[in-house]
Design a protein around this ligand. Structure first.
Ligand SMILES: *Cc1c(COP(=O)(O)O)cnc(C)c1O
Length: 380
């Protein structure tokens, strides 16, 4: 069964698609459960669910047993609420004062990362006659948002005084849990646990303590605590080459297109902008209706393979905004033939890691770069 999801009806006929394998999501969620047991799970679905399509992917994770969802921005939370998602949603990123009313209106949990912000949240909640659900953010070494451990007691004091706020959670984020060396992560975890002892010392109920991203779930079981916030592993991709592969994950995403044009060219014929590639011998070229405007990076020009009929062929010439070319040598291909940019075809496979390595980035960026004009389809 294939479901199509598209922002705009007009792109439904596009031959370029992201295909998401729901069974792979299920498998990865089972693997997560094998590591965390009954611990609460906040499935991280920011950035269009790492390119997999925000709403449908979030719904699948909830169906599979995720307890909460994590997003980066207010707008992502609002999209989920408007789609009818009722599960708790935490916006993990920083907030700006005038957003708070919208958090309350859409029942989104707020990250409070300073004394000033907790006071702003409390004032807005009081003015609107609502209660705010907050998670307090401690910066144990990431250096992005949150108070440093020595300032945590002041943040906690302010949160306890904030009469219109429920302190649902307290959390931190690891900056190197994907590394081979566990030292920094252990130090961050220690700082975090020490800060949260505040609640015991003051005989206050302990909020949900959460810290573990995918890499910590995979290789730092001591960081699982009361809730985990996995992202990339749920999509079947390991956080880094160094991360220990303690469970087997299955990539859920394929990036597919189809041949839209076929031609033979003579030796010496240049191809594409700036003629960065000139045919060394007479050959056959197919054109694909996909380009950097879809997130197929221009850095892959003359620097990637695609799969056609289960065989690898090189991308030649500059990738344009909406098109690119492939040299199929003496082979043949027809208009409409399927082409795999990322994914499996027959015995061959092009992984997200391969693409990331070729362009000097990490799998996260490859996945989240695939654009909104590419329709997402789901197979079960
Ligand atoms: C993105 C993010 C996660 C998930 O990270 P993965 O490495 O994809 O598992 C968890 N927590 C926070 C705060 C994040 O920003």
């Amino acid at each position: 069964m294939i479901d199509l999801v598209f922002a705009d009806e007009s792109i439904v006929l596009r031959p370029t698609v992201v295909r998401v394998d729901i069974r792979a999501l299920e498998h990865n969620f089972r693997m997560l459960r094998s590591l965390v047991g009954k611990t609460r799970v906040m499935a991280t679905v920011k950035a269009n669910a790492y390119g997999h399509g925000l709403v449908r992917t979030a719904q699948e994770f909830l169906r599979l047993g995720a307890d909460e969802l994590g997003v980066a921005f207010l707008e992502e939370g609002i999209v989920l609420r408007k789609a009818g998602v009722t599960a708790p949603i935490l916006v993990l990123g920083g907030i700006i004062g005038n957003q708070i009313a919208h958090f309350l209106e859409y029942d989104l949990q707020i990250t409070a990362s300073s004394v000033l912000k907790i006071r702003q949240i409390d004032e807005t909640a009081a003015a609107l006659g609502r209660r705010a659900q907050v998670h307090l953010k401690i910066d144990t070494g990431m250096g992005r948002i949150g108070v440093r451990p020595e300032s945590a007691p002041a943040l906690f004091d302010a949160a306890v005084e904030a009469k219109h706020c429920d302190i649902r959670g307290v959390f931190t984020h690891f900056s190197a849990s994907h590394a081979a060396d566990p030292g920094f992560t252990r130090m961050q975890l220690e700082r975090f646990l020490e800060a949260t002892r505040y609640f015991e010392r003051h005989s206050l109920p302990m909020p949900l303590r959460h810290a573990a991203n995918s890499a910590a779930v995979l290789q730092h079981p001591e960081a699982i605590l009361d809730m985990v916030r996995p992202g990339i592993m749920l999509y079947g991709v390991y956080p880094s080459a160094e991360t220990r592969r303690t469970v087997e994950l299955r990539p859920a995403l394929s990036f597919l297109t189809r041949v839209v044009y076929f031609k033979s060219i003579p030796a010496g014929a240049p191809l594409g902008y700036d003629h960065t590639w000139v045919a060394p011998v007479g050959t056959r070229i197919v054109t694909l209706p996909v380009g950097y405007g879809d997130g197929y990076s221009r850095k892959l020009s003359n620097n990637a393979d695609v799969l056609i009929h289960g065989k690898r062929y090189p991308v030649v010439g500059m990738i344009s905004m909406d098109q690119c070319m492939v040299d199929i040598g003496g082979d043949s291909a027809f208009n409409g033939d399927e082409v795999v940019l990322i994914g499996r075809q027959g015995e061959e496979c092009i992984t997200v890691e391969e693409i990331a390595e070729r362009i000097g980035t990490i799998p996260y960026e490859v996945l989240t770069s695939i654009g909104h004009r590419v329709p997402r389809e789901y197979i079960a």
